[in-house]
Design a protein around this ligand. Structure first.
Ligand code: FAD
Length: 310
């Protein structure tokens, strides 16, 4: 199918883009990587009468670390995070573990991280990580700029706190300390499908004891989620010896936390290839394995810091 006719502008600055977006109450859409928008326009599920292409705005093509925070501008493409060197420390490892699950290389070379926040899909890896890490989203509107915490940003499937006429300029994530271990595991039907379930786990560990757990759930509800109940069940727990995530005992704290994530935090919806029972089981299993991966990651970081393996 061909998209319906639309007008096109390619502003050179953020104020020009915001001006175009707010212009005369038109049904405007931002074109970033185009990997969701163009598909939807071809299927005529979205029919904008104005497309505002932000690809010629140099200030949006910027990623920096400011005050222990990673700020990712609206034109930074998914593929940048494939290198663990792109972002320092455990945050870089987490982003690189997650990014390879997003579609395939051509999509990752054009699609943008910030575009995922414009789209607001419940199966977005970046959005669940933002929930787990208390990231925030920076928006520029016609009158003023504002910052919205990830926990207040997602309102439902493809529904966000972004107001018509606002441009997302960047997303900011806190950097993670070296006491942190990270994990990200995704389960999906075929390699290029969206996740049926994915989990991001971030464990802060001091002297072998978990002082803070953060868990983000991908496609486990109508929006990206943070698994608060499952996190609480891990505070003060010893991470214990290295383990194989595929052989966790039934009563292990990670198995228990995975079950809590599935039963108390998640609110999965049935899908054609996954009924509710299957989805809840998958959430519990993937969450437990991801926690195990994060604990093992912490051990190897400590081992490296001490100059050996643990
Ligand atoms: C086959 C396929 C598989 C995919 N698999 C995955 C997957 O597994 N995980 C995943 O997360 N994504 C997946 N995607 C989507 C892909 O990651 C997109 O790149 C992403 O959702 C949107 O980024 P974009 O830069 O392409 O945005 P665009 O397509 O350009 O825009 C998407 C929407 O966001 C809005 N928008 C974009 N940028 C801004 C901004 N700066 N300010 C305000 N609004 C903005 C646009 O108006 C539009 O409504 C897949 C896509 C395809 C086609």
């Amino acid at each position: 199918m061909k998209p319906a006719a639309f007008d096109y502008v390619a502003p050179r600055t953020v104020p020009e883009a915001v001006d175009a977006l707010g212009n005369g109450g038109r049904k405007a859409q931002v074109l970033a990587g185009g990997q969701s928008l163009l598909l939807e326009m071809h299927l005529e599920r979205i029919r904008p009468d104005l497309v505002v292409d932000i690809n010629r705005i140099p200030e949006l093509d910027d990623m920096q670390i400011i005050d222990n925070t990673l700020q990712v501008g609206a034109l930074i493409r998914h593929h940048v995070f494939e290198s663990t060197q792109a972002v320092p420390g455990p945050l870089g490892s987490l982003l690189s573990l997650a990014v390879v699950n997003i579609a395939h290389p051509p999509i990752r070379s054009r699609g943008t991280m910030v575009g995922s926040f414009g789209w607001g899909h419940p199966a977005s890896e970046w959005c669940a990580i933002a929930m787990a890490l208390d990231a925030d989203i920076q928006l520029q509107g016609p009158q003023s700029a504002r910052t919205v915490a990830a926990r207040d940003y997602f309102h439902g499937p493809l529904k966000t706190a972004r107001r018509p006429g606002e441009l997302i300029t960047s997303v900011r994530y806190p950097l993670l300390s070296e006491h942190t271990g990270v994990g990200f595991i995704e389960h999906r039907r075929t390699h290029f499908c969206f996740a049926q379930v994915a989990v991001a786990a971030i464990l802060t560990v001091h002297d072998g004891v978990i002082s803070e757990a953060r868990i983000g759930l991908v496609n486990c509800a109508d929006r990206p989620l943070r698994a608060h109940a499952a996190e609480q069940a891990l505070t003060g727990v010893e991470i214990g010896p290295p383990m194989d995530g595929y052989q966790l005992p039934k009563h292990h704290p990670f198995t228990r936390s995975g079950r809590i994530a599935s039963e108390q935090d998640a609110a999965p919806l049935a899908e054609p290839y996954a009924d509710l029972e299957y989805r809840r089981h998958a959430i519990a299993v993937v969450a437990a394995r991801t926690l195990c991966q994060a604990a093992n990651d912490h051990r190897s970081r400590i081992g490296e810091a001490k100059g050996g393996c643990q």
